[in-house]
Design a protein around this ligand. Structure first.
Ligand code: NDP
Length: 484
């Protein structure tokens, strides 16, 4: 028996937690049973809105250690300043399209969101297990996600919408090819790589900048699930990946990733054969080889899922000095949209919750808002500039200035080769991997009702690789599109 008294949320002892207070033995129940009212009313409010994307996920705490002393020459970020330097971090893995109770072992990209608690504030790297994305302009994101969600009438998943949108948005071909490959269903969260996906800018202590892309390489090795096993697991244990991560850490089998970067000189962005800010493209590692930065080890499970995983909020705009945005149009939209989602879902004060709270001191003039639980700045000065010794700006921490030019316009990307890189990917697969890729694509496209959509999509694969297009067309029993 515990020697602690059960209490209400206002701290008063509860006399009876088994029986509600009734008028007479039979009732009815009395409204003055405020413990009952509070208990039921709180229960009704136990859920915050689930994330509109990446709703199903699992998280863990860990530590990031710098292994390469040379990295400091590219960025002044303090947490990367010296070999051996350790920074606590939190990660959340997720699927994208399903609801928070959906199965883990579906074909879907996996979210790979990392929060580094640095001494200069939190740095969030909010990526996926794929190096590219389906679209390259944030203006297309709500439409894209609608196609991944449920039909407004039937409430069923809708392959027509999915393939209609992809076939009309050929920039998606690279990511769709990765998704349909074996890596579209990882064996566990531990057996997949992570990518920052976007291009970012690093700036060093002298103010010199480079473009950078992040790769987390799994030390467990890449392993994927056989499709039939994944389907079986989705029914038998929909939380398979969640369970695997928790148990591995609980058993002391701490998963680890090596963080590497590709670094591109600023001026190369004007001449590289792909637009380096286009998130549907990778930078070839033959052009920009991986450079080791450090090692991430996950070594502690959350104490409480809701407090730490569900309330964790990541934003690709949570930068620290030395790390800045690039003009990637998908990133630019996300810089607004992620924090806005958190303000809606968790509240304006989401960054004061323990899992999101920086280890760096927070000094600003934001006040009030719902669920302000941290003292709200007390009686301290609440505006700036002021004559009362309040916190002041630090000009040395301004983002680096950069040149802009051209017309303000809703302009498309200049580069429209959506085919070379998915073709390169097909050509680097083994014969068995190629066969499974074709089978996965054919199986996924079979339910599409309109041949027009299927033929249009097959045309894209023909442009990527003739053999790939031919095999998919044959699998679907459709002719080779004209003009390819
Ligand atoms: P590289 O040979 O330099 O790199 C190939 C990359 O592909 C490696 O990162 C490798 O990662 C990864 N890879 C290997 N097998 C598979 C697979 N079955 N499924 C998915 N990825 C795999 O060539 P390039 O850099 O020129 O890239 C060629 C193609 O590789 C690209 O068009 C792209 O589709 C794909 N790719 C490229 C990446 C990049 O950053 N350049 C990253 C991931 C994929 P590993 O050995 O760790 O498995």
């Amino acid at each position: 028996m515990s020697n602690k008294k059960l209490t209400t949320s206002w701290g008063a002892p509860v006399g009876d937690n088994q029986n509600s207070m009734t008028a007479g033995h039979r009732g009815p129940t009395l409204i003055q049973d405020v413990h009952l009212l509070e208990k039921l009313a709180h229960f009704n409010r136990e859920r915050v809105p689930e994330r509109v994307v990446h709703a199903k996920g699992a998280g863990a705490h860990g530590v990031f250690t710098v292994t390469n002393p040379e990295i400091a020459k590219y960025t002044k970020a303090a947490f990367l300043s010296a070999a051996g330097k350790e920074t606590p971090m939190f990660i959340r893995f997720s699927t994208v399209a399903g609801e928070s109770g959906s199965a883990d072992t579906v074909r879907d990209p996996r979210g790979f969101a990392v929060k580094f608690y640095t001494e200069e504030g939190n740095y969030d790297l909010v990526g996926n297990n794929t190096p590219v994305f389906f679209i390259r302009d944030a203006i297309k994101f709500p439409d894209f996600i609608h196609t991944q969600k449920r039909h407004p009438q039937t409430h069923l998943k809708n392959p027509n919408a999915i393939w209609d949108f992809w076939s009309l948005s050929p920039e998606s071909l690279h990511q769709v090819t990765i998704l349909m490959s074996d890596r579209g269903i990882p064996a566990t969260f531990r057996h997949m790589h992570g990518f920052g996906s976007h291009t970012f800018k690093w700036v060093n202590a002298q103010g010199d900048a480079v473009w950078v892309k992040y790769h987390f390489k799994t030390e467990q090795g890449v392993k994927n699930l056989d499709v039939d096993l994944a389907t079986k697991l989705a029914g038998e244990n929909p939380d398979y990946h969640t369970e695997d991560l928790f148990n591995a850490i609980e058993n002391g089998d701490f998963p680890a990733w090596k963080l590497c970067v590709q670094i591109m000189p600023i001026e190369d962005a004007n001449t590289y054969r792909f637009d380096p800010f286009d998130v549907t493209k990778v930078w070839s590692q033959k052009d920009y080889p991986l450079i080791e930065v450090g090692r991430m080890v996950l070594n502690r499970n959350p104490e409480n899922y809701f407090a730490e995983v569900e309330q964790a909020t990541f934003s690709p705009g949570s930068f620290v000095p030395g790390i800045e945005a690039s003009p990637d149009k998908m990133l630019q939209g996300r810089l607004f949209a992620y924090s806005d989602a958190h303000r809606y879902r968790v509240g304006a004060n989401h960054n004061t919750l323990p899992v999101n709270r920086p280890v760096a001191e927070v000094n600003n003039n934001q006040r009030d808002g719902s669920m302000r639980a941290d003292g709200n700045g007390g009686g301290s000065v609440y505006y700036e500039p002021n004559s009362y010794g309040g916190p002041t700006e630090s000009p040395q921490d301004k983002p680096s200035p950069f040149v802009v030019s051209g017309l303000a316009d809703s302009a498309a990307y200049d580069h429209n080769d959506h085919y070379t890189q998915p073709g390169d990917l097909y050509r680097l697969l083994t014969p068995d991997e190629r066969t499974r890729l074709v089978e996965n694509i054919v199986g996924a496209m079979m339910p599409v009702e309109k041949d027009e959509i299927k033929v249009r999509q097959i045309g894209h694969w023909f442009k990527a690789d003739l053999e790939l297009g031919q095999r998919i067309a044959e699998g679907l029993g459709l002719p080779v599109p004209q003009g390819v």
